[in-house]
Design a protein around this ligand. Sequence first.
Ligand SMILES: Nc1ncnc2c1ncn2[C@@H]1O[C@H](COP(=O)(O)OP(=O)(O)OP(=O)(O)O)[C@@H](O)[C@H]1O
Ligand SMILES: [Mg+2]
Length: 274
Amino acid sequence: MLAIEVSGLSKTFGSRKALDDVHLALEAGEMVALIGASGSGKSTLLRHLSGFVRGDADGGEVHVMGELVQRNGAIAADVRRVRAQIGFVFQQFNLVDRLTLLTNVLTGLLHRVPTHRSLLKLFTREERALGLKALAEVGIDDYAFQRASTLSGGQQQRAAIARALVQGAKVVLADEPIASLDPESSRKVMDMLARVNRDHGCAVLVSLHQVDIALQYCKRVVAMRDGRVVFDGPATELSPAFLQSLYGGEAFADAVTPASVLPLQPSAAIRAAA
Ligand SMILES: Nc1ncnc2c1ncn2[C@@H]1O[C@H](COP(=O)(O)OP(=O)(O)OP(=O)(O)O)[C@@H](O)[C@H]1O
Ligand SMILES: [Mg+2]
C-alpha cells in the first residue's frame, strides 16, 4: 500500500495554477524532499494532502495510507479517519501557546479519547507517560510542563514531531520545518524527522528551501516549478544546471546554505555548483 498517492491534482487561484496535474507516490517508510522556488506550489500541495483544506481542488485525487482524502475537489466524508494517520510539522503555529508542552503533545491523542474527556484535557497516567516518552525521544522532556509559548522555535518543531509520534502517525507532512531555525536547531529537527522515518517507519514528505539539507537527508527529491512536478528521482541525479534553472541565477545561491553553516557533507552536485 502506498503511503501517499496523488494523481492529476490541480488547483488554480484566479488565473494562476498553483498545482498543475501533480502526480506523486510515496511508499511507506520513504523520506522525500520537496523543493522548488518560492511560489512553486509546495505548501499548496502539502495542504491538499492533509485534508485540512476545503475540498477546493480543480480536479484529481489524493489517497493517504490507501484512504481517500479528496477526489475532484471534494474532501472525503470520513477524512478525519485519514487525518488521524497524518502528523503535521509546519513552519509556525504548530502548538497552542498557552498549553504546556506535554498537553500539546497529548493533543495527538484527541482522535482516540472520548470527547468529554478530551474537552477537559484530562489524560490518563498511561497517556501522560506516552507523551513524556515521545518528548524524551525528541530530547525536550525537560520542558514538558512549560507553556509552549516559552519554547524556542526548534523546540516547538520537535514538539510537533513528538505529537506525531503520540498520535501514531504513519505519514508526516513537514512544510519548511527549519525555515526560521539556526543551523544547530535545524540539524536537530531534521535528525528527528529522519528518526521518525527510520525507527517508526513513517513516510515523511518535507519541503525545504535549503537544497543541501534536502540532499543530505533525503534519497529522493521531488522538485516543483509553477505547480508542476519537474523532477522526481534520486537526489544524486539532480544536476547543478537543473538546480540553477529551478531557482534561477542568484536565488540558487540563497537556496543552498553554505556548507560552513552546517556540519554537512554537501553532495557532489552542490560541490560542483560551488
Ligand atoms: N490562498 C491563496 N490565494 C491565492 N493564491 C494563492 C493562495 N495560496 C497560494 N497561492 C498561490 O499559489 C502559488 C503557490 O503557492 P505556495 O504557497 O504553494 O508556494 P510555495 O512553493 O510553498 O512557496 P514558498 O517557498 O514561498 O513557501 C503561488 O503563486 C501563490 O501566490
Ligand atoms: Mg510554502
